[in-house]
Design a protein around this ligand. Structure first.
Ligand SMILES: Cc1ncc(COP(=O)(O)O)c(C=O)c1O
Length: 418
């Protein structure tokens, strides 16, 4: 009989990893107080919980004006609209990210222009970003992906040279810092998601961090049906109701209280994990850029050597998951996403914009390699499972190394889609 659990062997770990989100009496009390207050909704915006959360969130990142709203997709759409970006404009986005990063510019009426990533960090490659700039380019959205931070020195220099707005999609990066300054404050806007899986969560929610207070006023107006937020009360915007509820904000205030300890625990455990993983043949850790002074652990990625293991990452992930260590292959290449379907948008009339939407002819070699062969993704709960949880993960990977000749027998499922 095979040794691998995926082929009938005994798994390394049977105990599940911790669930998320965590909660205690503080959440119940905060929600109860808000229910009893009768102030459940977000109007007039911001309500007291939302305003308190905004202030504390900006403190966590180290500055700016935070505008909480419904989710971490709307945040990017609102940022673009606040900056006056829309119809006919081009917005550069990386090929390796969740669909929201490209869907948000489309919702604002802009065209996402997809670029490849850097192989060491899996974040947008600044060289590819600069090469994609045309006279229509108005903004770039970079994504701080899976515990990495995009090279913000290079991106901000390019943006300055070409007069571009920079949005940092920091849905994975609450609390992360680049050269001692919080992410979301390097660009013009930082976009944070508070959706259930995120390392700071309220179930649903998003925060747009704005460097310029006037942009924050415009963003707050756009999410509050266009009502003016400038001191004179004169600046109306084309708005909708994207307000956040006070019940979510109540949970957010408690989540912020817990966050520093959780952040530190995850970071310490990630260091411990890397001590173990770095000694395993066939495994490569993503490069740690010393300019990234604090890393945030939401999703964590390492790479496998296809030749060494004799399989691509699907078989590896299936084998490791069967050992009781939940891992997956992560995002597909943006141009191949089932959820990202520009052809169903009125933006994507292929005859009008042939150059933008010929996805089958696009090629992003670095992203393809990561998304279709080498990346192994895991969730933050592993970093809350103590040393035993990490030791099990490392033991699981070692087991796959020792029995790599069996991995070829694992049939890959059809490509994972998100
Ligand atoms: C990189 C990235 N950007 C944007 C989002 C969108 O956030 P939300 O689900 O809050 O809309 C997510 C997560 O869901 C994400 O992972």
């Amino acid at each position: 009989m095979s040794h691998l659990a995926a082929l009938g062997g005994v798994p390394i770990r049977t105990e599940p990893y911790p669930t998320w989100p965590v909660w205690d009496e503080r959440d119940i009390k905060a929600v109860t107080r808000t229910v009893q207050s009768g102030r459940w909704g977000g109007s007039p915006y911001p309500g007291p919980n939302t305003a308190a959360f905004a202030e504390k969130f900006a403190e966590l990142q180290g500055g700016g004006t935070a505008v909480p709203m419904m989710n971490g997709t709307i945040t990017m759409e609102v940022a673009l609209r606040a900056a006056g970006i829309g119809w006919g404009d081009e917005v550069i986005v990386p090929a390796y990210t969740f669909q929201a990063t490209a869907a948000a510019p489309m919702a604002a009426g802009a065209i996402p222009v997809i670029v490849d990533i850097n192989p060491d960090t899996l974040c947008a490659d600044p060289v590819a970003v600069e090469a994609a700039i045309t006279p229509k380019t108005k903004a770039v959205i970079v994504v701080h992906l899976a515990a990495q931070v995009t090279d913000m020195d290079a991106i901000t220099a390019i943006a300055k040279k070409h007069n571009l707005i920079v949005i940092e999609d920091a849905a994975h990066a609450h609390g992360a810092q680049w050269r001692g300054q919080g992410v979301g404050l390097w660009g013009d806007f930082g976009s944070f998601s508070l959706q259930s899986a995120k390392s700071l969560t309220t179930g649903e929610g998003g925060v747009l961090l704005c460097r310029d207070p006037h942009m924050a006023q415009r963003a707050a107006s756009i999410i509050d049906c266009g009502r003016p937020k400038d001191p004179a009360g004169l600046e109306f915007t084309m708005g909708q109701n994207y307000r956040w509820s006070e019940l979510h904000a109540a949970l957010g205030l408690v989540a912020l209280e817990r966050f520093p300890e959780q952040f530190a625990e995850r970071a310490a455990m990630a260091d411990y994990l890397e001590e173990g993983l770095s000694k395993i043949p066939g495994v490569t850790l993503l490069k740690r850029d010393l300019r990234q002074t604090r890393r945030s652990l939401y999703r964590y990625v390492f790479k496998i050597d296809q030749d060494f293991f004799g399989v691509r990452h699907e078989a590896f992930c299936r084998a490791l998951s069967a050992e009781g260590i939940p891992v997956d292959t992560g995002y597909p290449v943006m141009s191949r996403y089932d959820l990202f379907q520009p052809y169903i948008s009125h933006l994507a009339v292929p005859s009008a914009f042939p150059e933008y939407f010929q996805f089958d002819q696009m090629s992003f070699p670095v992203t393809e390699q990561a998304a279709e062969a080498t990346s192994v993704w895991m969730g933050e709960s592993i970093f809350r499972s103590g040393r035993k949880g990490i030791d099990d993960l490392v033991a699981g990977v070692r087991k796959l190394v020792d029995h790599r000749d069996e991995l070829g027998q694992i049939q890959p499922e059809s490509d994972q889609r998100m």
